[in-house]
Design a protein around this ligand. Structure first.
Ligand code: FAD
Length: 106
């Protein structure tokens, strides 16, 4: 059976890491590929009610695909909307690079 929390942690790992390594100057094709990746994931994510909310969220808050910083911030805010819904702590998005690109300073 799907462990929803384990699935969530590994998916956030993938999503934030993809954003952290997204191009600083993406081509039209790179933007399209990222958009398709997110849209497709929102249709195939194997927790159906999570996927339903994910699709609605993408409609209200379309991904910011202009560059790495914009996408990383957008991903952080998207994750925070899920955190809020689940009653979890809100993550400080100024720390997203430290967490997902450079590694915590400790
Ligand atoms: P997670 O939320 O999985 O976070 C993992 C790590 O990411 C944290 O330890 C922290 O270091 C870091 N982090 C936390 N917040 C942020 C942020 N805003 N930006 C950057 N880094 C951050 N679960 C449900 O029960 N219901 C749902 O509807 C649901 N929808 C989901 C939709 C999506 C698209 C995804 C990917 C997951 C969803 N989940 C849902 C799973 C849920 O978000 C968590 O992954 C799960 O509850 C495990 O939580 P966690 O506390 O271990 O940390």
């Amino acid at each position: 059976p799907v462990d929803k929390d384990e699935l969530g942690r590994s998916t956030w790992n993938l999503l934030h890491t993809m954003a952290a390594y997204y191009s600083e100057k993406p081509s039209t094709e790179e933007k399209k590929t990222m958009e398709t990746t997110l849209t497709s994931l929102s249709k195939t994510y194997p927790c159906s009610y999570c996927a339903d909310d994910f699709r609605k969220d993408l409609k209200v808050h379309p991904p910011k695909l202009e560059n790495r910083d914009e996408l990383s911030k957008w991903m952080c805010e998207m994750h925070n909307r899920v955190n809020k819904k689940l009653g979890k702590d809100i993550f400080d998005c100024t720390k997203v690079k430290e967490r997902w690109l450079d590694g915590w300073k400790d």
